[in-house]
Design a protein around this ligand. Sequence first.
Ligand SMILES: Nc1nc2c(ncn2[C@@H]2O[C@H](COP(=O)(O)OP(=O)(O)OP(=O)(O)O)[C@@H](O)[C@H]2O)c(=O)[nH]1
Length: 213
Amino acid sequence: MEKIDCTGVILAGGCNRRFPGRNKAFQRVGANTMLARIHSLFSRVFKEVILVVNDPALFLDIDALVVTDIDPSQCALAGLHAGLFHAGFDWSYVTACDVPFVNEKVIRYLFAQRCSGKQIIIPRSWEGLEPLSALYHKSCLPRIETNLEKKVFMIKKFYKPERVKQISPQTLESLDPELRFKFNVNTPADLETARGMVQVLNTGHGREQREYV
Ligand SMILES: Nc1nc2c(ncn2[C@@H]2O[C@H](COP(=O)(O)OP(=O)(O)OP(=O)(O)O)[C@@H](O)[C@H]2O)c(=O)[nH]1
């Protein structure tokens, strides 16, 4: 399938406080690190991939535009801001480096839902909106900047409801039945859960293994 005119933004500048001593981006789920899983899918789907970090020295090997936060607030909103600021396309799909099961069908569906008047196309799971698996238009930048200045860091707080298009959990389940695309790893226990979610199928030759993610 063709790559889409959209930037894939991966946020990887967090403090990993609930994952002490290790950087979540480099933890393995299945055969690859979480970051490598996301980057590999993004490189297939998007014409541009941006990684937003606070310590670029950790990410020298990755084939993506690596940028740092512009705002010093140290929160995911600051990462979203830098990602949209540097994006070469109007629309960006934004996710976090600790979301190992990004889903191409969900991404392409969200992209197809763009319409005039909307600045955010966002999945709604059974738990609520999923701001770190959503599509944002560059025109969100001024409201993000205002909230960063006001120190209102919760991402959803900058949304203007009439500019947001929500995608229902029922629709999402038709694309990703277990809504894995939004599973995120905060703790070592979450990492073990993610590893358990990777189903490995022995094909009969006993050697070749395929992951279903
Ligand atoms: N670029 C950038 N990304 C961030 C920043 N803070 C968090 N993120 C990313 O946003 C995503 C969600 O972050 P959180 O889970 O809220 O924070 P975290 O640092 O990963 O983990 P905790 O410290 O345990 O809360 C993760 O991918 C982080 O790497 C930041 O200041 N800058």
